[in-house]
Design a protein around this ligand. Structure first.
Ligand SMILES: Cc1cc2nc3c(=O)[nH]c(=O)nc-3n(C[C@H](O)[C@H](O)[C@H](O)COP(=O)(O)OP(=O)(O)OC[C@H]3O[C@@H](n4cnc5c(N)ncnc54)[C@H](O)[C@@H]3O)c2cc1C
Length: 425
């Protein structure tokens, strides 16, 4: 078994000739080379801006290259719950922005000819308890009335035509969701950035940012000093650097995944006749899908822990057991990959976009960032250009998470709380 992201391991290598700046001055320095940073760098370069992108590790090496590869419409929070918390107008705007984000990824793939196995597979939320199905009934009613007329409720018998497991009591299908090979997407985006003249500096963590004037920044890495008119912080949920203000507002939560060996075609068709993306309804639940080469990618938060090599393997054991429980037919199937990554959670699980001390930022996608971080490219380019944007995540008042100073000491407690919730409800 490889202790590595399946996506990164099966993506083409990015041809990074040593990037050089033609001048020490650029229009924009992008800090972070995940989907937010890469899509923004590309959108800015397409508009004629000179861009340098500094990445602490390798591009796509964190969440963007380690996720479940689901590119779904729909928010991190349940839609009926969103209406209860924010009212119909805001909830509708949030959901519709996710619809737009998936459309935007589809356009990006088409316009830039990125070969990344993008497919409108649809997503099914699977009710792990009878009372969870009752909740899905309410969500379905709200969705078809408001924002997703294609959403379909599936009772337990109908669900068997989509996925064969005796653990679920029905499901909610949202057919507009997509999936993609995120390693290939990273490769495609980075390649287009380089073609457009973006200078990409890998293994260059930003260690200092000096503000010299309203539109003059000096960004320092161990080997580069770059003067810029604007700075975009796209550091996700992880990473070093002088960004403690952001670290106090984003909680880095580990999420883990495994993939099986390739399954034969008959097994795939008999277990997953619908071949969708799937998520289960528990708080400490699972997400899964087939990969283009017919492996089952199976993920989840598993332990509410941070990701590191030991933690990834421990979580991988839990995931393997959950996978075998859900699909006993796969009990003799080998696990080929196991990895973990960091989810950038905001306190309300809604993305955050704005300016802090003159630096632009976009982050906090809370596990729903494949589509949103990719959509942010154009949004952030508009914002940096000073153009009007209709982004519902624009944040003017973003309070710190109480008692959080960067290291999520409280994660085991949160995990315990959710475990109890999952037992009770
Ligand atoms: C295991 C897992 C499963 C997930 N599954 C899904 C899914 O199926 N669907 C979905 O929609 N979302 C999913 N997500 C969330 C999604 O992957 C993220 O929301 C999204 O990739 C965020 O992109 P980003 O560019 O903002 O952050 P990242 O991809 O984390 O990129 C940030 C980059 O900034 C760099 N950086 C940090 N500090 C510095 C510094 N000081 N200097 C230079 N560079 C720095 C980091 O090295 C990193 O490469 C998942 C996440 C994880 C971890």
């Amino acid at each position: 078994m490889k202790s590595a992201s399946y996506w990164l391991d099966t993506a083409p290598v990015i041809a990074t000739a040593e990037s050089k700046l033609s001048s020490a001055n650029v229009d924009v320095v992008v800090i972070g080379g995940g989907f937010t940073g890469l899509s923004s760098a590309l959108a800015l370069a397409q508009r004629g801006a000179t861009v340098a992108l500094c990445e602490a590790g390798i591009v796509g090496g964190e969440a963007s290259g380690r996720n479940g590869g689901q590119c779904n419409n729909g928010t991190a929070q349940d839609y009926a719950g969103l209406i209860a918390s924010y009212g119909e107008d805001k909830a509708r705007a949030f959901y519709q922005f996710y619809n737009q984000a998936v459309d935007s990824v589809e356009s990006l793939v088409r316009d830039e000819q990125i070969d990344c196995d993008f497919r409108r597979a649809g997503k099914i939320k699977l009710a792990a308890k009878p009372e969870h199905f009752e909740k899905l009934v309410k969500t379905h009613e709200a969705l078809i009335k408001e924002v997703d007329t294609d959403a379909k409720l599936l009772d337990a018998a109908q669900l068997q035509r989509e996925i064969v497991s005796d653990q679920f009591y029905g499901g909610l299908l949202t057919p507009n969701g997509a999936q993609l090979h995120v390693g290939k997407m990273v490769h495609g985006l980075a390649t287009r950035c380089i073609e457009k003249g973006v200078a990409i500096f890998q293994h260059q963590p930003v260690i200092r940012v000096d503000k010299k004037g309203p539109q003059q920044w000096v960004v320092h890495t161990p080997e580069q000093t770059i003067v810029a008119t604007s700075v975009l912080v796209a550091t996700g949920g992880s990473g070093p650097g002088p960004f403690s203000w952001f670290r106090r507002r984003i909680v880095p939560v580990g999420s883990f995944a495994i993939t099986t060996e390739p399954l034969n075609k008959q097994m795939c068709e008999s277990l997953f006749p619908g071949n969708r993306s799937y998520v289960t309804s528990k708080n400490i639940g699972n997400y899964f899908r087939l990969t283009p080469d017919r492996r089952l990618l199976f993920g989840g938060r598993a332990r509410f822990a941070v990701s590191n090599s030991r933690s990834d393997l421990k979580s991988g054991d839990i995931l393997r057991q959950s996978l075998y429980d859900m699909f006993p037919q796969l009990a003799n199937t080998r696990i080929d990959y196991c990895w973990g990554g960091t989810v950038d959670m905001s306190a309300d699980r809604l993305p955050k976009v704005g300016e802090h001390n003159g630096m632009f930022y976009a982050m906090g996608y809370s596990g729903h960032g494949v589509q949103m971080a990719l959509h942010m490219g154009k949004v952030m380019a508009d914002l940096i250009d000073g153009k009007p944007t209709h982004c519902p995540w624009k944040t003017t008042n973003w309070p710190a998470v109480p008692f959080h100073f960067g290291k999520p000491w409280f994660l085991p407690l949160v995990g315990m709380y959710y475990k109890v919730q999952d037992k009770l409800h």
